[in-house]
Design a protein around this ligand. Structure first.
Ligand code: PMV
Length: 333
């Protein structure tokens, strides 16, 4: 009744922002992402009849409060599917700073879903696993798969058709993603609360949701053709549209700091000098910068040269969720 899974975060190139059902984490529209190797979450789940309550360890630290409750509620779904009551111990470790705003909930819930379902021997394919991971965090559904991934919003009320699919494998295109940390400041507003506020109060919300399917079509085509400029254009437009809709909420939701804006200008300047590069920003102040492998060193040097820039993490396209064998090697879920 024990299993270990490994998963990677993903970065959306066409963003997910808004839910058609909050309780089931059903997205209002699809999204399109790249799963990243180089940043890893490793999670072990052990169920035992003798445990009195769920325990969650993040690194060396026991987690309590709302974070633990969220994991516990998620495990309740897995227990219900297996028809058992056993409590669990969850050990999870990220090899990247959790405060980095690199979708640790995506890799976290993908790894948790995989380890928990495998520990209880649930008969589940990757599509079922993606549906399960979605219930923990919308973006986690995408981390089940490697490479370029599309999230399907689905139509059904029960969410059984709202899952991710792989569009292109991780070896399709040698892209580099730099995660540029801009601040160690206070925690931004959580995505569920912010999405709800945007949907209820932003005059641009419906226009945003309506624009997503077309952007997904463009992004998929650009990725298939390895057309970096076309992918950059749609990714930056999707990012700025999602932030514009959040900023226009009442009260406004503004994730950017001064350095975030400086980095947007910096990336645009780099592009004017002939270097192919684009940015995207999630629900936080940090900036993700994409380039192709041959311009990796030049882009890193230019990002480091900007005043105020902190740590820069580096990632490449990576695989979907994997299960650890007893000898420590990994196999696809
Ligand atoms: O999965 P959540 O609920 O943390 O939402 C993720 C939202 C964004 O990161 C801003 C966009 C995305 O598609 O990942």
């Amino acid at each position: 009744m024990k299993a270990t899974a490994v998963a990677h975060p993903n970065i959306a190139l066409v963003k997910y922002w808004g839910k058609r059902n909050v309780a089931l984490n059903l997205p209002a529209a699809g999204s399109f992402s790249l799963t990243l190797a180089g940043l890893t979450t490793r999670t072990t789940v052990k169920f035992d009849k003798g445990f009195e309550s769920d325990m969650v360890m993040m690194g060396e630290r026991a987690v309590g409060g709302p974070k633990r409750d969220r994991v516990s509620r998620f495990l309740d779904r897995v227990r219900a599917a297996a028809g058992i009551q056993h409590r669990a111990t969850v050990y999870t470790h990220n090899d990247f700073p959790t405060a980095a705003g690199v979708a640790s909930s995506a890799s976290g819930f993908a790894a948790l879903a995989a380890a928990a379902s495998r520990a209880l021997n649930l008969d589940m394919d990757t599509q079922g696993l993606s549906v399960l991971a979605r219930l923990g965090s919308g973006s986690a559904a995408r981390s089940v798969y490697g490479g370029f991934v599309e999230m399907l919003p689905g139509k059904r009320q029960d969410g059984s058709d709202a899952h991710a699919v792989q569009v292109l494998p991780e070896d399709h295109w040698d892209l580099v993603c730099f995660v540029v940390l801009t601040t160690t400041g206070e925690k931004p507003m959580g995505s569920t609360e912010a999405m709800t506020s945007t949907a209820q109060t932003s005059p641009y919300y419906n226009a945003w949701v309506d624009s997503v399917p077309r952007d997904i079509g463009k992004a998929k085509m650009a990725a298939m053709k390895r057309d970096f400029r076309a992918l950059g254009e749609v990714a930056e437009h999707s990012c700025l549209k999602f932030h514009a809709s959040a900023i226009a909420s009442d009260p406004g939701i503004l994730y950017w700091r001064g350095l975030t804006v400086e980095l947007i200008h910096h990336v645009r300047r780099l592009r004017e000098t002939g270097i192919d590069v684009f940015f995207t920003i999630d629900a936080g102040p940090h900036v993700k910068v994409f380039c192709q492998a041959p311009s990796r060193s030049a882009v890193r040097a230019m990002l480091q040269g900007l005043e105020g820039v902190g740590q820069i993490l580096e990632a490449r396209p990576g695989p979907g969720v994997q299960i650890e064998r007893p000898d420590g090697s990994l196999e696809p879920y």
